[in-house]
Ligand binder design. Structure first.
Ligand SMILES: NC(=O)c1ccc[n+]([C@@H]2O[C@H](COP(=O)([O-])OP(=O)(O)OC[C@H]3O[C@@H](n4cnc5c(N)ncnc54)[C@H](OP(=O)(O)O)[C@@H]3O)[C@@H](O)[C@H]2O)c1
Length: 325
């Protein structure tokens, strides 16, 4: 298994993470089988969140650990907090000290473990008071409940503001990134030009993370953005984009034709080519795989063995609507 060195302390971790967002329909037996398959593949890093199925994904994982003594110890365990679904039914954000601590302690109980290896603030709270975040993280760290911290879906300024107050380092930023959702690098391909691709959505967060040893975890590798209004492939800067799986999806013909071409040339699946495209980027990202299907995970992981040439990488970028000026 390919490994990368995570965060400022260069912790050696697998390049792949098993995402558990889609596990709510599994039984303990099925999740046990999935986790053993992950171990077999070398995916010994798990990601979940207290918001997935309103806590049930964590509960199921905790029950699975409890049913299989020792299983927990095979994995680095990551969960996320900071999103709430209130009585009014919509999701909102809460980075208050009280919420972060109580949410993390509730995750520990559901997960039936005494510590979380990596705890991420799931989505930025516009009302966050950085001093409160700092106090919460310090307490969770000092108590041994959380070993390392990170954020998710945060731009440069948000990380800088929190980090100014927090004594623990932010080691991770979990961000959506793939072919067809490459907004973190697009503006750098189109500097000082009028095309909409030059619009910077995240304050150059990819370079900021690289400069500060913050590992980017690329989530949803097989979902791409599609413009809801025009129906055209990735007008990335349209009014409202939605994401959906693009592999073998006829709506994404151009990407799929190009993926099939390289899949045939390298004798792997199209999924492996997507993964190779992400891993080819020198930011040394981890990739979060969300499928719970053994064959799909195996197909995807095969991408770690493929080193795309620059020309191939740019060819794939073009097929996903990227602009090379
Ligand atoms: N921080 C955040 O805000 C955030 C947001 C979203 C996700 N995440 C994390 O990232 C993880 C991965 O996200 P994800 O599940 O969206 O990623 P994904 O691996 O891209 O899966 C997205 C979809 O692609 C499908 N798919 C996967 N392999 C395929 C293949 N070979 N052929 C056709 N379809 C395929 C999956 O279907 P099947 O499931 O049926 O295989 C799934 O519906 C989550 O589990 C979660 O841990 C984080």
């Amino acid at each position: 298994m390919k490994t990368i060195f995570l965060g400022p302390n260069k912790i050696q971790v697998p390049a792949f993470i098993q995402g558990l967002m889609r596990t709510a329909n599994l039984s303990v037996k099925e999740l046990t089988e999935l986790l053993h398959h992950d171990i077999h593949l070398g995916i010994t890093y798990l990601d979940t969140s207290d918001i997935y199925a309103d806590g049930y994904c964590e509960t199921l994982l905790g029950n699975t650990f409890a049913s299989n003594p020792g299983l927990r110890n095979n994995f680095l365990l990551q969960t996320k907090g900071g999103i709430l679904r209130g009585a009014k039914g919509f999701a909102y954000y809460d980075f208050s000290e009280e919420h972060i601590i109580s949410a993390c302690e509730a995750s520990l109980r559901r997960l039936q473990t005494d510590h979380i290896d990596f705890y991420l603030l799931h989505r930025p709270d516009a009302l966050a008071e950085p001093e409160e975040v700092a106090s919460a993280l310090d307490k969770l760290h000092a108590s041994g409940k959380v070993l390392h911290f990170g954020v998710s879906n945060c731009n440069t300024g948000q990380i800088q503001l929190l980090q100014k107050y927090c004594t623990v380092p932010f080691e991770i930023n979990q961000m959506e990134f793939t072919l067809g959702h490459s907004l973190m690098l697009d503006p750098g391909m189109d500097v000082n030009r009028v095309e909409t691709q030059s619009y910077d959505h995240d304050q150059g967060v990819m370079n900021y993370c690289r400069l500060n040893n913050i590992t980017i975890q690329a989530f949803s590798p097989f979902r791409a953005a599609k413009n809801r209004n025009t129906g055209t492939l990735i007008d990335r800067y349209g009014v409202k984009v939605e994401t959906r799986p693009f592999l073998n999806n006829a709506e994404y013909a151009e990407i799929n034709e190009k993926l099939a071409e390289y899949a045939s040339a390298y004798d792997v699946s199209s999924a492996a080519i997507v993964i190779a495209w992400i891993l080819r980027h020198p930011a040394n990202m981890q990739v979060l795989l969300g499928s719970t299907k053994a064959d799909r995970l195996q197909d995807a992981v095969a991408g770690q063995n493929i080193q795309l040439t620059r020309e191939e990488w740019y060819d794939l970028y073009l097929s996903a609507g990227g602009i090379i000026p």
